[in-house]
Ligand binder design. Structure first.
Ligand code: FES
Length: 152
């Protein structure tokens, strides 16, 4: 972990205070760094009263935390009810296959991070995905490749 990263983590701990629960600290670290590296959890353990095993347990329990750097583009595939009944699972499978990546992970080239969500608030446009916050409505498995090309 470089000095700048360590400073960011220490800054989060200083702002939150050592008496805070670790969820808020981990959320802030993820906001700052885009993910929560193992070294960050060790640093939190060093600087607070919280044991490293406890921090790891919390971090892995909540699916909101990422443990690897995010890709350049963030794909969110909605698997909520409205999207599910209109074929979202097939869209997800196609994206996983085309990018050779599983949900929750980042492609080997660092281009995309793939995530699943339960509703993107655009059910009338189902199935929906977002990439970097841009909504792509009524996505089909065949249309996936064309959409992904727009995000080099
Ligand atoms: S269920 Fe997919 S946008 Fe609401």
């Amino acid at each position: 972990m470089d000095d700048a990263t360590t400073r960011k983590i220490d800054g989060v701990i200083a702002r939150r205070g050592t008496g805070t629960g670790c969820i808020a600290i981990l959320q802030d670290i993820q906001r700052e760094l885009g993910y929560v590296p193992v070294e960050a959890m060790e640093r939190v353990a060093e600087e607070t009263e919280i044991k490293a095993t406890q921090i790891w347990g919390v971090a892995t329990f909540y699916t909101q935390f990422r443990f690897e750097p995010p890709g350049r583009h963030r794909i969110r595939v909605c698997l909520g009810t409205a999207c599910h009944v209109r074929g979202a699972s097939e869209v997800m499978k196609r994206i996983e296959k085309d990018l050779d990546v599983r949900s929750g992970r980042t492609t080997a080239d660092g281009r995309f991070t793939l995530e699943e969500v339960r509703c993107l608030g655009a059910c009338a446009l189902a199935p929906v995905i977002t990439i970097d916050g841009n909504y792509h409505p009524k996505v089909t498995p065949r249309g996936v490749k064309r959409i992904l090309k727009r995000y080099p």
